[in-house]
Design a protein around this ligand. Structure first.
Ligand code: 5CA
Ligand code: ZN
Length: 409
């Protein structure tokens, strides 16, 4: 699949800083020290509805990760998937009497537009589940051959016992895993499984549903976790730097993905850090397509909201926090954007070198975007109250905000 156009990332004076970030698996901060090429996999959307603010907040977090790396003059290999075949997509298409491929294409196109408007850096490899199927089938066949997978009434399941490290990503106990598995696409109640938590790798063809050639597996379609594993292994390999997504993906998705990959390759770990963004809520409940309590990025854009203000709304919250979207959040971001634009529109101002370092320090410290915004606020306030004589300063501030925060002033 094609991704979306990249916006320029200006080079900044001085030296970028290495990223320290919270890793779900170890439960603490890790210094991510990638080589000259940093490798990141971020789970993409299931395109049955438009991009909401929760999605945008999660993609914003991983956009910041890349901006910190780019500032250290590293290259970034960024891979993202699109879950363009899965139960929720088929259910929504059936509900609306629509073809599921048309629905997926339309919502993926809208996602690209939203990401472009928000100045999120595009992945180098943007891969749909459907196009990944020829690569998924041999992986499932290999897991079957090695005894890490088994067949139940034609469906193929992964045996979580095949990975000695199973459970280390989320750190949850068996009961918590069971509850979350039932909530998030698993089938712990299905009789005949070796372990109730075992996730499906390949679902045998169902009447009235699309299916693909699965070689020795028979016709069917892939499970959710193996989709991301196949795409990540194909484009990044084992031991990549960051696996990213919202906190609802820690279990089962990232747990199972790590175990699939580790059982397949015998290598450890799948990713060096598992990074999870908090959940954005609306009216007291997590924003979710299934609940329908959503604020869409495209609706705000259509109403004339500047995408830079949407982005500032996201940046005003620490990525690991759970937070609530309100009109006030957006109003504050609109006001901040206006203050910043006024401050950089003058030809001179207070010196900006400290600001560059403050923003760098804030982001390298577990992506503390609110601290970065506070630093820019202080510079803008000084500009408004006393001004300054440094001729290049407003330009340096604009480029810093653009390069590190993805906001064009
Ligand atoms: N296609 C899978 C990943 S392979 C999927 O989870 N798709 S999704 O469309 O449901 O979510 C896309 C991303 O947005 C995931 O990282 C998910 O954790 C995140 N996300 C979903 N809802 C919210 C929310 N309310 N707040 C923050 N992030 C969210
Ligand atoms: Zn995924």
């Amino acid at each position: 699949m094609h991704a979306w156009p990249a916006s320029d990332v200006p080079a900044l004076p001085g030296k970028g800083r290495d990223l320290r970030i919270h890793d779900t698996a170890t439960g603490g901060p890790v210094t991510v020290d990638p080589g000259p090429v940093a490798r990141i996999y971020v789970c993409g959307i299931t395109p049955y509805d438009a991009t909401h603010i929760g999605h945008a907040a999660t993609y914003n977090a991983f956009d910041l990760v890349q901006r910190v790396w780019l500032d250290t003059k590293r290259q970034v290999q960024y891979v993202q998937n699109v879950t363009d075949i899965d139960d929720p997509l088929l259910e929504r298409a059936a509900r609306d009497g629509e073809d599921w491929t048309g629905l997926a294409e339309r919502e993926t196109a809208l996602f690209r537009e939203d990401m472009t408007a928000l100045r999120m850096l595009p992945p180098q490899h943007y891969i749909g589940a459907v196009e990944a199927i020829p690569g998924i089938v041999p992986l499932v066949e290999r897991l079957c051959e090695s005894g890490a997978a088994y067949v139940l009434d034609g469906d193929v399941y992964f045996s979580v016992e095949a990975d000695p490290h199973f459970g280390e990503v989320s750190g949850l106990d068996a009961e918590a895993m069971r509850l979350l598995s039932a909530e998030r696409g698993g089938d712990p109640e299905r009789p005949g499984k070796k372990n109730p938590l075992d996730p499906m790798l390949w679902m045998a063809a169902r009447e009235g549903e699309p299916d693909w050639d699965g070689g020795s597996l028979g016709r069917g379609r892939p499970g959710w976790h193996i989709e991301c594993v196949a795409i990540a292994l194909d484009h990044l390999g084992m031991g990549f730097d960051v696996q990213g997504g919202g906190s609802d993906l820690a279990f089962p998705h990232h747990e199972m993905g790590a175990s699939h990959a580790q059982a397949l390759t015998g290598e450890y770990p799948f990713a060096k850090a598992y990074v999870h963004a908090g959940m954005v809520a609306l009216d007291g409940a997590k924003m979710s397509k299934s609940k329908g309590n959503l604020v869409f990025v495209s609706t705000l854009r259509r109403a004339g909201v500047d995408p830079a203000a949407i982005r500032l709304s996201l940046l005003a919250h620490h990525y690991r926090a759970d937070w609530e979207w309100t009109d006030q959040v957006l109003d504050e971001a609109v006001a901040r954007l206006a203050r910043w634009r006024a401050a950089v529109s003058r030809p001179d101002g207070p010196a900006a070198q400290d600001l560059v370092e403050e923003v760098r320090e804030a982001l390298s410290n577990d992506l503390d975007a609110p601290a970065a915004l506070a630093a820019v606020d202080r510079w803008a306030a000084r500009q408004e109250s006393t001004g300054g004589t440094d001729e290049g300063a407003p330009g340096v501030v604009s480029r810093t905000v653009d390069a590190l925060l993805g906001v064009a002033l």
